[in-house]
Design a protein around this ligand. Sequence first.
Ligand code: DGL
Length: 261
Amino acid sequence: MFDSGLGGLSVLRELRAQLPHEDFLYVADSGHVPYGEKSDAFIRARTLAIAGFLLERRAKLLVVACNTATAAAVRELRAGCPVPVVGMEPAVKPAAAATRSGTVGVLATTGTLASAKFAALLARFGRDVRVLTEPCPGWVDLVERGDCSGPAARAAVARHVEPLLAQGADTLILGCTHYPFLKPLIAEVAGPGVALIDTGAAVARHTRAVLTAEGRLAPGPRPGSEAFFTSGEPARLGPVLARLRGTAARLDALPAAVARA
Ligand code: DGL
């Protein structure tokens, strides 16, 4: 699995809960974060380079734990990939079913919200509700620094959530895998009447279903392992990894050719 950085750890948490015996390889492309403001061509190149690294290490399935990379690159990735690929997209369908006010807010990166894939998702599932889109530049950087609750995070969350509330949104989609780490703050700003929806658990269920269908689910009883790699600086990112994950783990540098590609 991979993400532009450490945000995909929110997906790993859900995968681990539903797949206790699997071994996970996690690549944080922190040397190139954020993806949200980068070109599709750049994100595709990063996606293919990282996928190559994971496949060389005999990954039996790839999870693109990043909405932005899914929107920009999942089609190209699937086209040449010998193993199943699971991607992520903002949870428009469940949000449209959940809203009572008829107004849904989508918090995501600029890239995700501008993508053709997101437009298609809205056309399919967002027709009967009003969908407000809110790019949140800056949120990813906060999470990458491990600042999920300080004054800067609080101000950044309020800046993007309050306008959605003012327009009547009662359901907010966390359409970026970094954002679940800001969920307590978002919930505080939004208040108890607003539902927050993210996709980590659904993606984990889908991953489990794909592995089961392929007959590739790790049977146990051995507990699964986790190995972490980054294109950023392991010494700087290690403490943030530990904070977001809840426990410290070894974090290795990606091979230079993959980190730069
Ligand atoms: N975590 C990513 C996502 O789900 C990308 C954030 C970024 O790097 O801009 O969209």
